[in-house]
Design a protein around this ligand. Structure first.
Ligand SMILES: CC(C)(COP(=O)(O)OP(=O)(O)OC[C@H]1O[C@@H](n2cnc3c(N)ncnc32)[C@H](O)[C@@H]1OP(=O)(O)O)[C@@H](O)C(=O)NCCC(=O)NCCS
Length: 186
């Protein structure tokens, strides 16, 4: 079974800096060929850690991380209510989903998404939307393979730099949550 050497957990506050560090690494590795490097270089570890401290202190956020049984972080997902009205009828938003390259294609993205789907259903949610850079084809294929529906293409401004983006919606949350082998530790 793919991903069985890993566990999916909810992070404690002390992990803010570790999550910030892999967040920055994932950005650089994912967007190096898409986003100008001076924009990627703007984010410091201290700034990103401060953002993660706010995320981890907010009970309305759903956060899970994947790690090896030895404790090495492999990836994470952040979701919750949309901070702005994304679409009529869409009640949830996946704000970030990143797996370090060394751990991709082992089923961790699917399991993290499933953990969020399960939690969002438990909170009464029905759907989850997300934005992805249009050129990020591997991520688009991942979302599409799990049943996401493309609802809009447009432009996303990253620090004032315009980038083509695509908005997807998952309405098959029960299906995504169901297909999982979850090992969530409190
Ligand atoms: C996109 C991402 C989250 C997917 O997570 P993952 O753990 O690598 O994907 P999974 O192993 O769970 O894949 C599940 C299914 O999605 C599809 N899929 C995943 N990656 C794919 C790729 N690169 N190309 C085509 N299909 C892909 C496959 O159908 C796969 O099932 P299979 O491996 O049995 O064929 C991960 O690769 C990642 O973090 N990428 C870099 C960061 C990023 O782009 N994040 C999204 C920002 S919006």
């Amino acid at each position: 079974m793919p991903g069985l050497g890993f566990q999916i957990s909810r992070p404690a506050a002390f992990l803010a800096e570790d999550l910030a560090a892999i967040h920055i690494r994932c950005w650089q590795q994912t967007y190096g060929a898409i986003v100008p490097c001076h924009i990627l270089a703007r984010t410091s570890l201290a700034e990103q850690t401060a953002k993660w401290q706010i995320i981890l202190a907010d009970p309305s956020r759903i956060v899970f991380f994947a790690s090896t049984h030895e404790g090495e972080l492999a990836g994470f997902i952040v979701a919750g209510k949309p901070t702005e009205e994304l679409f009529d009828g869409i009640d949830g938003h996946i704000a970030a989903l990143y797996i370090l390259p060394a751990f991709q294609r082992r089923g961790l993205g699917r399991r993290l998404l499933g953990a969020v789907a399960q939690d969002w259903i438990a909170r009464g949610g029905k759907s989850l939307a997300l934005g992805v850079l249009a050129q990020n084809q591997p991520a688009r294929l991942f979302y599409e393979s799990l049943g996401a529906r493309l609802v809009r293409t447009g432009t996303y401004e990253w620090d004032g730099f315009p980038l083509d983006d695509a908005i997807y919606v998952f309405e098959n949350l029960a299906e995504i949550a169901e297909g999982l082998l979850l090992q969530i530790t409190p």
